[in-house]
Write a protein of this length. Structure first.
Lengths: 286, 756, 158
């Protein structure tokens, strides 16, 4: 096993592209080290990306925010501009594991771990976030929902690294929110979760919406029908009812140690409803 | 020596105060040494290979490749732990559990072990051991295991305790029965009868420190074992027996212990570490991973319980009956028996009958967990009692007061009670402000009672007085939660000196006579008795030395407030001699001054508690949160009240976790699916409110200070208290523990549909 | 496996060590440096018993590689007291009996230190959520929360 800490993204890409055997990218390590401890993975090469310039920064750009792949989730909560623009995304990031885990884990790692229950992913999908992928053939930018393709699997190819997550500036009269269900109050994995991002007009009518569900299918679900249930209306009881029903119906969950199919369906609707209510209020809706 | 253990009603100077514990600074600075914090020169790393199968015949174990790996110093299997148990069936089970012999009986059962120069070599070596298994059908559910069609876990077991000896083997190892009167007749006199069935899932003690030990066996048959344990003397006996060592040649030192709650009363890896050390000829350190702790160290029983209680309109219970089925893992146990004894212990009953069935399942060997077996029985009984109160239209506290056992009551398990605390805890609950506090939307209040026996047992203590007048107290009961502070207080009290003058330590097995474990709430009860006895013996010597110094008869010397006093007018001008002065002169008056004591601490007073709890339920998700909690318990006499409160709070928190979220989850393949703290959900700080406590002191007549055990009873009432609160908050009677959100939501939905 | 040479600062002292690339910082602290204050309760970041502060950030040392400590600043429970003088949190944990078995105590002390550094006047709820990454099985947390509240009051006044 080798541990290498490259100083540039090009070097990191080169190392990963040229590696034989199993290689792993280390940012926060909160998933990788657990898998190593359990003997589920024994990488031949660990590439620690934290020394690469810019990867540990949150940058405000003309279009919004660029969150470096090595930025711990705790840092997201300390960035007031980001918190103001995307409170739902920041809340989601600050729900992962514990304070200790948040001191290490990253939203990029959360995305690339490709767990259906990843907390930050539904919020990022609802927010329309994009991932900047660096690879042997250059850089490309893709929607975050295109990254996970199944539990533990991503669409990234050999040598590719996500170097940053991009969030647009939040549109006027917009708000986002994320809620998850866990049996404890902290230190848990989402049994099911919902992220909602919406924009309203001056009358409180919803003009744009994105609704994403976590732990409801093999990958995060962007539920178009849920958005349709909201767009063109105020967030009244009927809209919320419809939203909950559509979300419950869109779920394709499993029975496992964390919850049952029935429970996940019902609670997906409940959470979507509650998250939509918070997002609507954040957008200025009454 | 003669020791009078009777309660004397004395006034206390030290006992009942709240000084800082003697081991405190080491524990807040990181210096205290726990199981895994000790190392020996040249030590190897031990690791255990475990069965991934719930039930399988072990056809062959090939260790040759592992043995050839560079850095591997020993590989062992059951062949290296030959059967020396000489017909002792219980010890044979312990041996088989430490290292599977012919069959793997649960997911996590040890089948082989290695000692290597480092952890990664040891891990690699485990992968090179090839085990050929023949898979057998398995059963993990207690009710399923009782069916005639269930796979047999041990075909040599025929149910004990039946009137006729059974002809077919069974997974039920034993039937036991308790009670008196005629329940059939009693139910005939009842105006209301409640009959319910309950289930509780298996939980783990959840101590934060995994099992850890360092073993060092010499070729001359002597050995040392450093280990985190609740009972190093018992570990010594068990390890010596299993390894064929002489007990006195195996010195066991108990490290600081990072939680046990019953789970560190049983040897798991220690005999394996000793066997590895013996084979390798080097010290071996063996530390379990968290995954191993869950898969292979002792959880409590899963249960299935039927309860029937009948009462007259006036609220008098006329009969009570329960059938209790407890899983014991793949080996025989007595867990249902204990459950059957405790089930109705809170009540005064003319007609009562409880029947227990011990059931084998393909799960880890059941071990004690804080008041073992009592919480499940109390959950069933106290839930049914609440339902019956509802049917009678009586307040649940009043109903319990009316039927509470009292001094002179014949208990449901046989003995007649002395002075007990069930009535007083209920009266205290009735008038507690918590009972009258307003409740909000989706909130409900519940209460429940609990009982635990408390043990006494064999105890040995040494009290040595230094020439500077300081006192060292060597005890043999492991300190699991502050008992060194309590026992120092007791020594100070009896000698009449300051707490700060006493230093208590837990002695190793070569330095003190045999002591039973710190279990059964016996640590402070029994060791305080032995400490009092040792102090009294020391006082005899102190008086004798003072008499020598004064040259007067010893009968004229009394001990008061830490001083020898010459009694009588003729000694008017003799100034009292302090302990310090007598100690300073000891070299010239006969040498060191010490008090020794060895005794069987009889007369542990039974213990009762009443808990009150408020919860809030989210009707849309089934999530429940405890928002207020009060523990009222009889301590007999609280030696160090802060640590008594700590026991009350800790037990309540464990009970809350058990009630709401903790459970072993097995897949269809018989494998444990949640062997970690992420998915085995013990309460975190934000899950709980402050836990209020009220200490009642109803003296135990069989202890000089009136002390009762306090450690365990607090885990007994919470399951039922929360279920009763749930019934009031959400309108659903939960009969399956834990009341996890999916179960609660399903019950709420079913209730809604039922009403619609 | 070739060892990784690491130069770092632990509790204010310059420390150098050689570790395996897959070795956790927790293992390095405990097994190579003799700093056994941080405990391994799970090895998977779920119990907080191995909590340390790494460059002013509270982390589980079981989820950090030893190799990652290069050039960084590590604080452990062994560095909390100044000579004989205990840190206020340590003193308050003793006074409130905020420990029974004490295995979780180093992790709680470090987490509480980090909490109070970032929020000197936390509410009970903030303390409870701030310490939710540390499991305690003995106390029910009541006395831990009270000790932290008391320490916060004393430290505010200091």
């Amino acid at each position: 096993m080798r541990y290498i800490r490259p100083l540039s993204i090009e070097d990191a890409v080169g190392l990963l592209a040229g590696a034989s055997g199993t290689s792993a990218i280390l940012a926060g390590g909160s998933d990788l080290l657990v898998r190593m401890k359990g003997g589920f993975v024994e990488p031949d090469l660990i590439v620690d990306i934290k020394a690469i310039a810019g990867l540990s920064e949150i940058r405000e750009t003309a279009d919004g925010f660029s969150i470096g792949a090595a930025v711990p989730c705790a840092v997201l909560g300390e960035n007031s501009a980001l918190k103001k623009a995307w409170p739902g995304v920041v809340e989601a990031a600050k729900l992962i594991g514990s304070k200790q885990v948040q001191g290490r884990c990253t939203i990029t790692g959360n995305l690339c771990n490709a767990s259906p229950a990843a907390d930050s992913v539904p919020a990022l999908v609802a927010a329309g976030a994009k991932a900047v992928v660096a690879g042997p053939s250059g850089k490309r930018t893709i929607a975050v929902e295109a990254v996970p393709i199944g539990p533990g699997k991503t669409s990234l190819s050999k040598g590719e690294i996500i170097e940053a997550i991009l969030l647009d500036s939040q549109a006027p009269r917009s708000g986002d929110a994320y809620l998850r269900f866990i049996p404890r109050t902290e230190m848990d994995i989402a049994v099911v979760s919902a992220g909602v991002n919406l924009t309203i007009d001056e009358h409180g009518v919803i003009t744009a919406a994105r609704v994403a569900l976590g732990a409801a299918a093999p990958t995060v679900l962007l539920v178009a029908e849920a958005a349709e249930a909201l767009i063109g209306r105020k967030l009244d009881e009927a809209a919320l009812e419809r939203l909950a029903k559509v979300c419950a119906g869109a779920c394709r969950p499993i029975d496992d140690k964390r919850g049952t199919i029935e429970f996940r369906r019902k609670v997906a609707g409940v959470l979507a409803r509650r998250a939509a209510t918070t997002a609507y209020a954040r957008a200025g809706g009454k | 020596m003669n020791f009078d253990p009777r309660f004397s009603g004395r006034k206390f100077a030290s006992v009942g105060t709240r000084p800082i514990r003697p081991d405190g600074i080491d524990k807040v600075t990181g210096r205290a040494r726990y199981g895994a914090d000790f190392n020996m020169a040249g030590q190897l790393v031990g690791r255990i290979l475990r069965s991934p199968h719930a039930h399988a015949k072990i056809l062959k174990i090939d260790t040759s490749k592992a043995e050839k790996l560079a850095g591997v110093k020993a590989v062992i299997t059951a062949a290296d732990l030959p059967d020396l148990t000489d017909g002792d069936a219980a010890m044979y089970d312990v041996l088989d559990n430490c290292m599977a012999r012919s069959k793997a009986l649960y997911d996590g059962h040890a089948v082989a072990a290695v000692a290597a120069v480092d952890a990664s070599t040891a891990r690699q070596a485990l992968k090179l051991i090839q085990v050929a298994y023949e898979l057998l059908p398995h059963v993990t559910d207690v009710d399923e295991a009782m069916k005639h069609t269930a796979p047999l876990i041990n075909d040599t077991i025929f149910t004990e305790g039946l009137e006729e000896k059974p002809v077919k083997p069974s997974n039920v190892t034993k039937r036991s029965q308790f009670g008196h009167g005629d329940v059939h007749q009693g139910f005939g006199h009842a105006d209301f009868i409640v009959e319910r069935s309950f289930k509780t899932e298996q939980t783990h003690q959840g101590y934060i420190e995994p099992h850890a030990c360092v073993a060092n066996v010499s070729s001359d048959g002597t050995a040392d074992l450093w280990v985190c344990t609740q009972g190093h003397f018992v570990y010594r006996q068990h390890c010596a027996q299993l390894l064929g060592l002489e007990a006195s040649k195996l010195r066991v030192t108990s490290s600081e212990i990072g939680g046990g709650f019953g789970g560190k009363t049983h040897v798991w890896a220690e005999p394996v570490a000793l066997a590895l050390s013996r084979k390798a000829g080097r010290p071996v350190k063996l530390v379990m991973t968290r995954d191993e702790v869950f898969r292979a160290s002792g959880p409590t029983s899963a249960t299935s319980i039927d309860v029937k209680i009948g009462a007259r309109k006036d609220g008098t219970i006329t009969a009570a009956e329960a059938t209790l089925r407890y899983s014991s893992g793949p080996y025989a146990g007595t867990w249902a028996e204990i459950g059957a004894m405790t089930a109705f212990a809170c009540y005064k009953l003319d007609n009562v009958k409880t029947v227990g069935y011990e059931v084998l399942v393909n799960r880890p060997k059941t071990a004690a967990y804080r008041a073992p077996s009592a919480p499940m029985a109390a959950f069933a009984v106290e839930s049914a009692v609440d339902e019956l109160a509802k049917e009678l239209g009586m307040d649940p506290v009043e109903f319990r007061i009316k039927n509470a056992a009292q001094e002179g009551t014949r208990s449901s398990y046989g003995p007649v009670y002395g002075p007990i605390g069930i009535g007083p805890t209920l009266e205290a609950a009735k008038t507690h402000p918590h009972m009258k506090a307003p409740l909000g939307k989706n909130q409900g209040r519940g209460m429940a009672c609990g009982f635990w026996f408390n043990f006494g047992g064999q105890t040995c203590t040494d009290l040595n007085i230094g020439m500077d007048g300081s006192v060292s107290l060597a005890v043999g009961t492991v300190d699991v939660g502050g008992s060194r502070a309590s026992l120092s207080l007791v020594a100070a009290e009896e000698l009449g000196i300051a707490y700060e003058q006493v230093k208590a330590v837990v002695a190793d097995t070569s330095s003190l006579g045999y002591n039973d474990m710190t279990d059964g709430s016996r640590g402070t009860f029994s060791s305080s008795m032995a400490t009092i006895s040792a102090a009294r013996n020391a006082i005899k010597i102190l008086r004798d030395r003072a008499a020598q110094m004064w040259d007067i008869p010893v009968d004229d010397v009394v001990w008061e407030n830490g001083h020898a006093i010459a009694k009588g007018e003729k000694y008017g001008n003799l100034a009292a001699l302090s302990l310090k002065e007598i100690a300073a002169a000891s070299g010239k008056t006969g040498g060191p001054i010490a008090g020794h004591s060895e005794l069987v601490a009889d007369g542990a007073g039974v213990s009762f508690a009443t808990h009150i709890c408020d919860i809030e339920v989210d009707p849309e998700t089934g999530a429940a949160r405890v928002i207020r909690y009060t523990v009222i318990q009889d301590a007999g006499k609280a030696v160090h009240p802060t640590y008594v409160e700590g026991q009350y709070q800790g037990g309540a928190a464990q009970g809350i976790g058990w009630a709401l979220n903790e459970e072993y989850i097995y897949g269809k393949d018989g494998r444990l699916q949640n062997a970690g703290f992420l998915d085995y959900r013990i309460p975190v700080c934000s899950d709980l409110p402050m836990i209020d406590t009220q200490i009642l002191e109803i003296p135990n007549p069989n202890h000089p200070y009136g002390v009762r055990g306090v450690g365990e009873t607090s885990i007994v009432p919470p399951l039922a208290a929360i279920a009763n609160a749930m019934s009031n908050a959400a309108g659903v009677r939960m009969t399956h523990i834990p009341m996890s959100p999916p179960r609660v939501l399903a019950a709420i939905e079913a209730e809604r549909e039922g009403r619609a | 496996m070739a060892g990784v040479a690491v130069s770092t600062t632990i509790n204010g002292d310059h420390v150098e060590y050689l570790c395996q690339p897959d070795e956790t910082l927790l293992d390095v602290l405990r097994d190579r440096l003799g700093l056994t204050g941080a405990k391994e309760g799970c090895g998977t970041g779920d119990c907080g018993a191995c909590s340390i502060i790494l460059d002013n950030r509270l982390v589980c040392s079981c989820l950090v590689l030893g190799a990652e400590a290069e050039g960084r600043i590590v604080e452990t429970v062994e560095g909390m007291a100044h000579g004989e003088k205990l840190h206020t949190l340590q003193q308050k944990f003793l006074e409130h009996a905020a420990l029974q078995c004490g295995i979780c105590t180093p992790g709680f002390l470090i987490a509480a230190k980090d909490l109070l550094a970032k929020n000197p006047d936390p509410s009970e709820e903030e303390i409870r959520f701030g310490l939710a990454g540390n499991l305690c099985r003995c106390t029910g947390y009541d006395k831990i929360v009270r000790a932290v509240q008391d320490a916060a009051n004393v430290m505010k006044g200091a």
